[in-house]
Design a protein around this ligand. Sequence first.
Ligand code: SF4
Ligand code: FE
Length: 492
Amino acid sequence: MALMTAQEYIDSLRKLNTRVYMFGEKIENWVDHPMIRPSINCVAMTYALAQDPQYADLMTVKSSLTGHTINRFTHLHQSTEDLMNKVKMQRLLGQKTASCFQRCVGMDAFNSVFSTTYEIDEKYGTHYHENFKKFLTFVQDNDLTVDGAMTDPKGDRSKAPSQQADPDMYVHVVERREDGIVVCGAKCHQTGSINSHWHIFMPTISMGEADKDWAVSFACPTDAEGMYMIYGRQSCDTRKMEEDASIDVGNAKFGGQEALVVLDHVFIPNEYIFLNGEYEFAGMIVERFAGYHRQSYGGCKVGVGDTLIGAAALAAEYNGVEKASAVKDKLIEMTHLNETLFCCGIACSAQGFKTKAGNYQIDLLLANVCKQNVTRFPYEIVRLAEDIAGGLVVTMPSQTDFNSDTVVGRNGETIGEICNKFFAAREGVKTEDRQRIMRFIENLCLGAAAVGYRTESMHGAGSPQAQRIMIARQGNIQGKKQLAKDIAGIKD
Ligand code: SF4
Ligand code: FE
């Protein structure tokens, strides 16, 4: 099958029997729900850009499995150039949506499960790699979106999966049958879960022998029997439900999406199982997936950062202060921070290497350094954007007020006229444009999109401490001590 168009993707979601709950109710038409639709539009953009000849080189690629042209979001990276193109593609998508476009988690899962299953089979003679290749061929041929589901609820963080008072705190096998397994548990804050056709479930931490039943990875359709999602709410999300709030929303077209995904006795046939009890490989999947996703942030967050820098520059222009040296310097600082993140994304890709299975992996140390910087720099970029934009970002009356005909003034002025009069800035700039850019900045810094830009920069792809553990492991302090000893003339 050819690549799907954006419309075909949206229509394909309607055919699924995905169970979505929000505000205590089952949402039947979730595809058109005003709070959910922007996140669907975001994923649809990964399809739309793949149809655009201008972006063909970045968005599409030849499949290593079939030789067919596929969307890069379903690709197994075949070179360091592929790894760099992945980051560039993510920057482009961030620029076009100013949101989290969600489809990367599946791509990162494909590449980590592909290489890990090869190594499990090599040790145990299992058939997980063949299972996975068959599954990925199906995904590529049908241009599907797949969620990479990793983060378990984790319960008591001081205890291993098998020691939890509630065994469901980590996804686990509750029954083994001849034709497959039955699984229970949940995955938290799953990016793009509802919008995905399928899910790949993976363990979230390294495991020991006692955790065998929790060391499990598999694929299942998003509407599998026993599976459902409870939608995660976002800051200012109900603005999307207001009638007269397209400007107040800040980004009316696009947005991210997270959900709690519950598996209540879901049956998984053997052909979709990629890990089942080989506990010592749980850590390998986690490390590889996290590495790829930490690389990803050197692309997506940079693209979103580009839109925020642009918005801050516009806010300055509308206020008539764009020539002030202090403003110029702040924009330089924002650009410097943003491009530093991009450097990290490109560097960990350029230093990538071939895995035993044949696909390419990023340099783990540099990918972790990349994400560690992402836990900091977007916060500073947000601070500078708010600094430039001014307090109006959080004090402006609603769009309804700007449009209101209610008379308030002595001379019959309406609320709308008063708002437009007092929030006008530089001559020649429409007050509405100023209103739009303020709301856009609000949306990215502390509104719904802050999920994808600000707080996700901290916790997405693993919280800061997770990267510091990896940096400690990969940093080779011993080797560095030796360098110092050699030059200082210290003999052991
Ligand atoms: Fe993709 Fe970035 Fe969203 Fe992760 S946070 S899914 S890398 S856009
Ligand atoms: Fe993320």
